[in-house]
Design a protein around this ligand. Structure first.
Ligand code: H2U
Ligand code: ZN
Length: 343
């Protein structure tokens, strides 16, 4: 037996096989819980110096079209290049390297410089979902590509270079580290049980659901590391985003808007995070066990300005948290789905 609100314990992340140390008794420390709105100045609808705004020149000299919904282009400073030849290096299994090939796309969510996902109209978020699907399909058509990472890095605190609402897609000929872990765990679970790991987790998880609609659940996973970490999981065990029906895509836009609105309302600030989808590898045979989901990793702890740092024990030994996943879920459950700027 574990007293989850008293006993220090560790929790297993079944998707990665990693553990998080939870120290719930530390929640009894004096708690200020104050809401300091980080006073970011209101941004203009259009910024002539922004390289993502419609009609503006980018750093490499290209000009964005006068786009009026969402817009994708190949990253001018892509981390991966399409023509890198195969290369492998191994010195006594101690110095090992291999070349990586692929591409990187930038996705502008909106022509409006001043918006973010939660502030965008539902039908405009739906257009972003459709664009993700189109991009995914186009990237997958290249048989060299084995994995497609769709993500958003939001907020200065996350090192995001530009406040214009945007995300990225990196596609490459190999499986990244996090995907390798989830790939092995999900496939092993499926082999043993004949159902996906997340299908069975969803069936168990009632406590930590934040919000849901017909096709998706947003929840704080039992094994969350970041204070307000969440996941969006599809109710249907779909492997990749292009398998979603029109109705599911609409529902994905809905759950994205609702979850990110709750996030903004938590500290009455444009809530920073790194978020991204995890989905099955492509062009690499059957992927039974893979279940589409999206992770949100927000760094904020107590207010708009107090950030959690993964340092000390966490850097050297393993992740740790004080507030429990249940506590965080309860706070997120209690928030409005009307954006604080709109009330
Ligand atoms: P992040 O802020 O999430 O890093 O995304 C911005 C990306 O936009 C970044 O990867 C690219 C950067 O390389 N970029 C361009 O492709 N063209 C530009 O003119 C500036 C930035
Ligand atoms: Zn802009």
């Amino acid at each position: 037996m574990i007293n989850f609100t008293e006993d220090p314990h560790k929790r297993l992340n079944p998707l990665t096989g990693e553990w998080v140390l939870v120290s719930p008794h530390r929640m009894k420390r004096p708690w200020q819980g104050k809401v300091e709105a980080a006073a970011g100045p209101d941004r203009p609808r259009y910024d002539p110096t922004c390289y993502l705004c419609p009609g503006n020149k980018r750093a490499d000299g290209e000009t964005n079209p006068a786009y009026d919904s969402c817009y994708a282009f190949t990253n001018d400073f892509a981390a991966l290049l399409p023509a890198t030849p195969d290369g492998y290096f191994n010195e006594n299994d101690l110095m090992v390297a291999r070349t990586q090939r692929g591409t990187s796309r930038v996705i502008c969510f909106s022509p409006r410089h001043d918006l973010t996902l939660p502030e965008m109209a539902l039908e405009d978020i739906e257009k972003v979902v459709h664009l993700w699907v189109e991009e995914f399909k186009a990237l997958k058509a290249n048989k060299d590509i084995k994995y497609i990472q769709i993500f958003e890095n939001k907020g200065e605190i996350m090192g995001c270079s530009n406040p214009h609402p945007h995300g990225q897609i990196w596609a490459l000929n190999d499986l990244p580290v996090e995907i390798e872990k989830e790939d092995a765990r999900q496939k092993a679970y499926y082999e043993k049980h004949g159902r996906t790991l997340l299908q069975d987790y969803l069936a168990l998880e009632n406590h930590r659901r934040v919000c849901e609609n017909e096709h998706f659940v947003a929840l704080v996973p039992f094994w969350a590391v970041w204070p307000y970490e969440t996941m969006i999981v599809s109710k249907r065990p779909v492997q990749t985003i292009d398998e979603f029906s029109k109705e599911e895509r609409h529902n994905l836009a809905d759950i994205l808007k609702r979850l990110t609105t709750r996030y903004d309302n938590l500290f009455k600030t444009s809530f920073p995070y790194s978020a991204g989808m995890h989905q099955a590898p492509v062009n690499d045979g059957p992927q039974d066990g893979w279940h589409w989901h999206m992770h949100f990793y927000p760094p904020l702890l107590r207010s708009a300005t107090v950030k959690k740092f993964m340092v000390g024990y966490e850097m050297l030994a393993g992740p740790q948290r004080d507030v429990t996943a249940e506590w965080a879920a309860e706070r997120l459950q209690g928030l409005s789905e009307i954006h604080y700027k709109h009330v």
